[in-house]
Design a protein around this ligand. Structure first.
Ligand code: NI
Length: 237
């Protein structure tokens, strides 16, 4: 799977982020501009008309899933690290299902539990490109075993609506975690999936994409988000 530079949000969505891969990078993957994908928290620019419901058709359980509210920076709850899960309970499986539903509805390619105010070490990602089958992956108590190389992605985040920033990440990661059934697994990822894993892993430790920016960009994004929060507060009375 692939690389994208941005987690993007279609104009019609209220939150999300985008990342787009550079043309040369895409070319190196044998892809073209039409195959840009976006990163966690985002959608690719090539798929602005994606119907969230199309990919949200997966039903992980017989129970209804719920779309939860995604917290936006600078909400202090985004800074609260997730607790280790250990053994999954039916309630936490329901939380995982809600997270997947919320991610698809946003739409985004990744979501951490801490982004919906649930301080658990759980995140979900689905980096499947438009037209490909869903590739929902659930990470419970994830640990980064190793990282390799460097890549710069234009990332977005559902907690930083409409923001896009170039962020340096490891090009390849090896991660171990439990899946939704509590089965341990180890996975080596590169490209968009590797970036998404690192971005979501950061969320579980209270680390946000703004923390990975230099001083100037950090200030600008902080200001932009405060302005947005003020505008939202004013609009809602
Ligand atoms: Ni994020």
């Amino acid at each position: 799977m692939l690389f994208a530079d941005t987690f993007a949000m279609p104009a019609s969505s209220s939150c999300g982020v985008r990342s787009y891969a550079s043309s040369s990078f895409l070319a190196s993957l044998g892809l073209d501009e039409n195959h840009r994908t976006s990163f966690v928290g985002g959608l690719s620019e090539s798929e602005p008309e994606t119907s969230p419901s199309a990919r949200a058709r997966i039903r992980l359980s017989g129970r209804p899933m719920a779309v939860r509210t995604i917290l936006h920076y600078p909400d202090a709850r985004l800074r609260q690290p997730g607790k280790k899960v250990g053994s999954l309970t039916p309630e936490l499986r329901q939380l995982i299902d809600d997270m997947a539903e919320t991610m698809y509805a946003a739409p985004g390619v990744g979501l951490a539990a801490t982004q919906i105010g649930e301080p658990w070490q759980i995140f979900v990602v689905d980096c499947a490109a438009e037209g490909e089958p869903s590739d929902l992956r659930v990470f419970v108590d994830p640990e980064l075993v190793s990282t390799e190389g460097v890549v710069i992605f234009d990332e977005g985040c559902l907690s930083f609506p409409s923001a896009r920033e170039e962020i340096e990440r490891a090009a390849k990661v090896r991660v171990k975690a439990q899946d939704r059934e509590g089965s341990p697994f180890e996975l080596e990822a590169e490209g968009l999936l590797a970036v998404a894993i690192q971005h979501e892993y950061d969320h579980l430790h209270g680390i946000l994409m703004i923390d990975r920016l230099g001083p100037l960009k950090k200030r600008l994004l902080h200001r932009k988000m405060l302005k947005r929060a003020d505008a939202g507060a004013a609009a809602s009375g």
